[in-house]
Design a protein around this ligand. Structure first.
Ligand code: FES
Length: 209
């Protein structure tokens, strides 16, 4: 009987502590020892050439940019690229922030060590089609067809929307996660039918500057 009373007293005290962080009965030790686990954010922000977009966490960077009316390709590479296989090397960008995987994939190792990509510039690059966005990112695109130049491309002028997805949804048909991550909401290209940058609202343009 005594033991049951003691157990009940302990149980009540524990319950009391869990629900009363500022409890005066339980004195200074009333704060829970651990904070509740926080679930990871479902979206991340990407800053790219003077624009800011919000995309689904885990989305492929190339797909996320294209569906937001932006592109990791420059010059004629907007039209001539491998559409995400990891073989052309034209989606090369510098990424500041957390992506997955954190280091070069096999495809990146092969392509970013193949001309015109070469040391030392290749060391700062990732292929946008090979990485998933896991945290807020700052993405820099360098000049030249393969993005292997020395100068970052300038901020985009919103008054002059470029063509970013000439093939529409076919641009990211090789990205199996495109629909699952909710990029663009319904699997349609951010460039829409014409494949050009849309300055209106879309799922990815919530945080645009
Ligand atoms: S699109 Fe060709 S390597 Fe990324």
């Amino acid at each position: 009987m005594l033991r049951r009373l003691q157990m009940e007293a302990v149980r009540r005290k524990l319950t009391h502590r869990q629900t009363n962080a500022l409890c005066t009965v339980c004195s200074a030790d009333a704060t829970p020892a651990t904070q509740p686990l926080q679930s990871p954010r479902s979206t991340v922000r990407i800053q790219f050439r003077g624009q800011e977009i919000e995309v689904a966490r885990g989305a492929k960077l190339r797909t996320a940019l294209l569906k937001s009316g932006l592109t990791p390709h420059s010059e004629g590479a907007v039209y001539i690229n491998c559409r995400g296989i990891g073989s052309c090397g034209t989606c090369a960008v510098e990424i500041r922030g957390t992506v997955h995987p954190p280091a070069w994939t096999t495809a990146e190792r092969l392509r970013l060590n193949f001309p015109p990509h070469a040391p030392p510039n290749n060391g700062r690059l990732r292929l946008a089609c090979q990485v998933a966005c896991m945290g807020d990112l700052e993405v820099v695109k360098y000049d030249k067809f393969w993005g292997d130049g020395d100068s970052p491309l300038p901020d985009l002028l919103r008054s002059k929307p470029p063509v970013v997805a000439p093939l529409g949804a076919l641009e990211f048909v090789l990205d199996p996660g495109a629909a699952a991550t909710g990029d663009g909401g319904n699997g349609e290209g951010g460039g829409g039918g014409g494949g050009s940058r849309d300055d209106g609202d879309s799922d990815h343009q919530v945080g645009k500057k």
